[in-house]
Design a protein around this ligand. Sequence first.
Ligand SMILES: [Zn+2]
Length: 224
Amino acid sequence: MLNRTSLWLLPFLAACAVQAPAPPALPDCPPAAEQPALVRVSAAAPEIREEVRYATSDNFTGAPLPGYETPAALLRPAAAEALARVQRDLEARRLGLLVWDAYRPVRATLAMVDWAERSGNEWVLEEGYVARRSNHNRGNTVDLTVVDLRTGAPLDMGTEYDHFGVASHTANASGAVLRNRRILVDAMAAEGWENYAQEWWHFTHPSDDGALDIPIGCYAGRGS
Ligand SMILES: [Zn+2]
C-alpha cells in the first residue's frame, strides 16, 4: 500500500526508470527488421555439430577473427534447409556433419587478407586458399566434415581443416581417404552443394544473395 513517502518518491523513481542505462547493445548491429535473413544451423538441424574455429585462436591466423565474438554457424534459410537434408541423409548411415564455418562477416575476410599480407603469406591468396571476397560472406557457403555417429570421430579426410596445400585438393586422394571425401561430396551434391576443388571441406549452395558485414553475434544474440 502506498503511503505519503512512497507517493513522493514516484516521480523520482519514474525518472530513474527513464534514465536507466539500456542493456549493452551488440556491436554494429542494424535494427533487426533491416537485417537480411540468416538462420542458425542449429535451429534448422540441432543434430549438426558445430566447432566454429574462427571464434577461437585455433585457426590459421592464430587469433579469433572480428565478427565472431559470439560464435555460431549461420546460413541463408534455403542453404540451412539444404544442409539439414544432408544431415538427415547421412544419419540414415550412422553419419553426421561437423561444421567449422558458415556465414563469415566481410570484416573477418579482410582480417584474413591482412594476416596473409602482414605475415608474408600472400601465397595463400595467390594460390586460392584465402579469397579477398568469399562466398562465405554471402551466407551460402560452409566448411565441414563428416563424423561417425557411433564413435563421434571425424572420418579420415587426409588433411586437417584449413591445410593449405595440394593434399587438400578434393580429388587428390586414394583409398579410404578418397572414399570418405566422396561420402561428403556426394551427400552435399545431392542437395545442390558444390565443392571447391582445392578444399575438400568447402561447399557453396547456389544463391544470388550479396555479401554481408553484420557480426554473427547480432543474430546469435537474438536467438534467430
Ligand atoms: Zn570455406
